[in-house]
Design a protein around this ligand. Sequence first.
Ligand code: TYM
Length: 333
Amino acid sequence: MGKKIFSGVQPTGNLHLGNYLGAIKNFVELNNDDKNNCIFCVVDLHAITTKQNPKELKNNIRETVATFLASGIDPKKSIIFNQSKVTAHSEAAWILSCTARTGWLSRMTQFKEKAGKDKEKASVGLYSYPVLMAADILLYDSTHVPVGDDQKQHLELCRDIAQKFNKDFEVDDFFKTPEPLIQREFSRVMSLKDGTKKMSKSELSDQSRINLTDDIDLITSKIKKAKTDPLPMPSSKEDLNNRPEAKNLIGIYSSLTGSSLEKCIIEFSGKNFSEFKNDLSQVLVEKLTPISKEIKKLLSEKNYLDEILKNGCEKADKIASNKVKKIHEIVGF
Ligand code: TYM
């Protein structure tokens, strides 16, 4: 049986290698399997949980669509749309926020990280954001959700919300409990400046990440400057323990080449980092420059991108508004 796939990416600019290896590359593989029904959402409602410049947001929505297409998602096979235009998402999020418990939300580590020290100043939206994410997933009866490791806790919350709703309203199996699809070996791409921190859009230093729009020179210089340790390249998986930067860089290499971690370790065992970094840059350039060129080309075709979103919204709206109608019945509206 095919899978019902749903996933989302925030249009907050600077889509990077972490988004690509943790999520988008996986989207493409799922899209290529004709048995699957895939929906990929540009989650603009999620984006405004932190302050956005409206003009930039508009561009970033198109850039996210362009990135999906440039990476290989086929809009004829998969639904691509933006969340704000399918109003069922906001509506279901409200209803599900009455099912979710504040205790559950208070345990979300991403909120704690994003809100930082001054939690009182964080938006209510940033706090309740995982409920909106649950609405996204549950509206489409999704069976599988491809995400990076950082979203695992949100997926667990989504399952809890689905089960509680089904139980509270005695509607067995109305909301399906989705499975996360997380890369097994390399599920979290780390910062190039600190192997213990996630590669992230919000990190101030651009040197910490490879953006999908970086050109050859930028990729090469960022990898050259990436933090390493003084030891030679590892010769076994155990050698990677307590060497977060080495682990990250070799993980990136393995993920991009599709060669197992063990094989990559043997390939570079005992060599200098500089030699490995040359090969890593080359692989990054080979894989990413066709994508960045295509993103730039697509960005000049605004009408085409808008048309894809419009078509996707129509299709998504049919499914989601039908589910919301049933929710109304169940709740008693
Ligand atoms: P977002 O926009 O932060 O990230 C998009 C996807 O990229 C993955 N990712 C990473 N994977 C590995 N290493 C990294 N350093 C890294 N950084 C980001 C994320 O795990 C994610 O899969 N809440 C979500 C968006 C969302 C969503 C959904 C996802 C909204 N609704 C429904 C799935 C289903 C988010 O903020 O992702």
